[in-house]
Structure formats: C-alpha cells, structure tokens
Design a protein around this ligand. Sequence first.
Ligand SMILES: Cc1cc2nc3c(=O)[nH]c(=O)nc-3n(C[C@H](O)[C@H](O)[C@H](O)COP(=O)(O)OP(=O)(O)OC[C@H]3O[C@@H](n4cnc5c(N)ncnc54)[C@H](O)[C@@H]3O)c2cc1C
Length: 481
Amino acid sequence: MDADVIVVGAGPTGTMLASELRLHGVRVMVLEKDTTPSPVARALGLHARSLEILDQRGLLDRFLALGQRYPVGGFFAAIDKSAPEGLDCAHAYVLGIPQTVTDRLLEARAAELGADIRRGGEVAALEQDEAGVTVQLADGACLRACYLVGCDGGRSTVRKRLGVGFPGEPSRVDTLLGEMQLAEPWEAIAPVVGEIRKTEKRFGIRPLEDGAFGVVLPAGGVAQDRATPPTLDEFRRQLTRVAGSDFGAHSPRWLSRFGDGTRLAERYRVGRVLLAGDAAHIHPPVGGQGLNLGVQDAFNLGWKLAAQVRGWAPTGLLDSYEAERRPVAAHVLDHTRAQMHLLSTEPGPQAVRRLLSELMDFDVVNRHLTGKIMAIDIRYDLGDGHPLQGRRLRDIALGSGRLYARMHRGRGVLLDRTDALSTAGWAERVDHLVDTSEALDVSAVLLRPDGHVAWAGDDPHALRAALARWFGAPVPASGTA
Ligand SMILES: Cc1cc2nc3c(=O)[nH]c(=O)nc-3n(C[C@H](O)[C@H](O)[C@H](O)COP(=O)(O)OP(=O)(O)OC[C@H]3O[C@@H](n4cnc5c(N)ncnc54)[C@H](O)[C@@H]3O)c2cc1C
C-alpha cells in the first residue's frame, strides 16, 4: 500500500481531514491536481462552529492573527439584524478571512503533521476490491491505499467514478466574481454600491488592501461551460447594466463565476470510498456555509476513519459519518434555498423578506436562524439519553485551564465532576479529566474526538456501554490500541 488513506483534493475539506487522520498516526497521501494553490478567494469567512473546531485543535490563534472579527448578525439572507445576546458559544463572531489564507493555513498544518501532499496529482479513475482502492492518475501512474476519500469539490471525479447520484437543481442564477482595478475613486463608487445593495444583495464592490477591488455582481445568463472563466468584457457589460457604469474596470487579477446549483450526493460511502465537502453537497454561497460544512464533515469523519484503519472501530462507527452528516447537509441546502428565494428582487420574495425581517425581532426566531448559520445548534441523533447527547459542547473554564485546550490530540474526553468514574480499558483512546468545578451542570460527559457528547450522566454501567459503542472493545491494562 502507498498509504493507509488517499485523500483526493487539497481544498479545506481534504487538508482538514488529512490533519485529523495524522493525529491518529494514519499514513495519509493527499492528491491535488493543481500544481499551485488557487488565487480565487471564494469563502470570505469562518463561522462559530468552525472556529470552535480550530480551537479544539490548537489552531485558532493562527487564524485570528490573519483575520478580522465581525458580528454574527446579518448573515441569514443578508437580513440586517444584530445577533441575539448570550449565544451558547465562546466564539460568537464571524472571522473574516479569505479562503486563500484558510486553505494555506490548513494545508500547512496537514504537512506539519506529516501528510504526504502531492500537487500535480490528478485522479482520473479508481477501482476498489476487498482489500483496498487503486487510483489511476491522469499521467498514468497508479497508487493504492486501504481507503480513499473524495474531497475533490463539486465536480468530483471520485463521485462520478463511483456512480453516486447527485440529485438536486441545476444552476438558474449565475454570479460573477473577480478582482480587478477600477479607474474611478472609491469615494465615487461607494454611494452607488450602497444604493444598489438596498435591493440587489448579489452586487458588491470592496476595496482591497493593495488598491485593487473585489467585485461581485449578477451574470447576464447561466453559463453552459462552468469551467471557463468569464471575460473582462462580461464584467464591464454587467457593471454597466446593474450600476450604470463599468467604473473603468481593467487589469483583472482573476475572474470567476458561481451558480446556485443545489445538490446532495445520494450516498457518502461506497465500500472503501467516501465523499466529503463539496464533493458530497453543493449550494449557493449565501450565508457563507460551504467551506464550514466541509471542514465540519472532515472533523466528523477523521477520527472514525482513523479508528477503522487502526482496527478498533466498533461496528457501524464509519457508517455513522453518513448517518450524521448527510442530514446536516440536507438541512443547510434547504435553508440556503430559502435564503436564495429571499434575495430575489421580485415583489413576492421581497415581501416575504420584509415579513421575516419583522419576525427576526422576536428573540426566539433570531436565535433559531443565527444558530443555523453558526452551526452550533446541530444535534446528531445518537438515540435516547441526556438532552446534551448528540450536541457539541461549548468551551468551558475548568478548575485549571479550559476544556478545548485539552482536546488538541483529537482523543475522546471523559469530563468527570464526580471523580468516581473510570475509563479503564479505554485509556489509550480517551482522556479522563476530573474536574470538580461547577462549570458543567451534569455529573459527567463523554466527548467524542469531534467534541460531540456521546453520553452524559453518572451511571458507570451506562458509561462503559457508551465507551464501547464509540471507542471499541476495552483493551487490557498492558495492551495497546
Ligand atoms: C463565490 C463563493 C463564495 C463562497 N463563500 C463562502 C463563504 O463565505 N463561506 C463558506 O463556508 N463557503 C463559501 N463558499 C463555498 C466554499 O468555497 C466551498 O464550499 C469550499 O471550497 C469547499 O471545499 P472543498 O475542500 O470541499 O472543495 P474545494 O475547495 O473545491 O477543493 C477541491 C480540491 O480538489 C481538487 N481536485 C478536483 N478534482 C481533482 C482530481 N480529479 N484529482 C485531484 N484533485 C482534484 C481541486 O483542484 C481543489 O483543490 C463560497 C463559494 C463561492 C463560489
């Protein structure tokens, strides 16, 4: 075998997954077709749950140093409302950071942890058998691993080669995106932008630090060939149509387009091959969730796939990835569809938008919609149990230090206020943290490596059952995992 796991695609999903696998000693090879990182800054921000994830792995400071914090409010369909007070999260802000920087930091982290990242490695075909997966690269070379994960974006070759369906709606509305020089001064441009954005939320121009401008605006139609970038002429034409001037646009750095296609893979796993990130789901960028969703997929999958490779995964653990994450994606697709509708300039949707805007003055409505965007409201269906079961736990101050700082190694954690419980038999996979502070309103919680609550309570028998369900058979004291 050339690796335990081959990850196809070095976007944010692939590199986050590679890092998670490396934390558990899994040999990972990342195959990326592009020889250099993409200059296109698609995502511009990270939401709360992704920030929590970065914090749980000791990465947040690197991102905070290069980003800017913004209030959480105003993200749902760009409806201008402040976020509610007292959100259940230590990172109740949006971190503005271009995707180019996020991609770079995540790739650097994966390399630091020992992932073998091979740029210029385009996967063309794959085949699996009982023992592993063989990929053929575009240059004819073949590589083999025990498992393979397609993190190769919306046009995923892996998904297509697997024959997994990608049902949903095609793009009906295209948007142009690019960075270029504008001859007119920002003082003349800004008022025009402000006026148009009152009704057309898909239009925007923002000055960049180096004097260039980021431009986003509706396209003239839907592109037949999505892989071909738009031309400067197309930008000029559309600027003139929407804003009455092309502001002297020239010297583009890059030009791109995106649609509102909305699709969800029928399956996330076929045998030894799995899908994650945009390869498994696409939706328009309104609400800014695609990258966040992919990183969160990777965080859910990493430790489970590592357990499978290391041979201690309990039955059903790997399949719980699809069972947990596919419904989350279906949900995001749905409320993204709703947001797109609310962005339409037609009178009907505009009226619904005004109505929803009024409803958001009710705290419960605002909290509900904000929780969706931040992805802190997710509760995986882990069966009957304590109300915390299935939810992620916010960071909490412990008697010494804080919870997230104790999760950097990607292991399970038993947070125990009683000092009467035990992880004996699972000590290789779960840290036992005795903390008698009052931070938690429950005797003990068992956290999975992805920070979701596997069990809460004080019954040692129920705890042992939960440990076996999520961390496999107990290992005798002298054994190794
Ligand atoms: C305009 C725009 C704005 C957006 N804004 C936001 C936002 O604010 N917040 C947010 O969360 N999301 C946003 N998104 C979505 C976000 O950009 C994507 O969801 C995210 O990049 C998905 O990450 P990924 O790693 O799954 O896929 P990708 O980033 O697409 O990475 C896939 C990688 O796989 C590689 N690859 C493809 N095929 C092969 C192959 N055959 N062999 C080897 N490598 C291959 C590609 O080169 C690429 O590097 C936005 C998207 C757009 C278009």
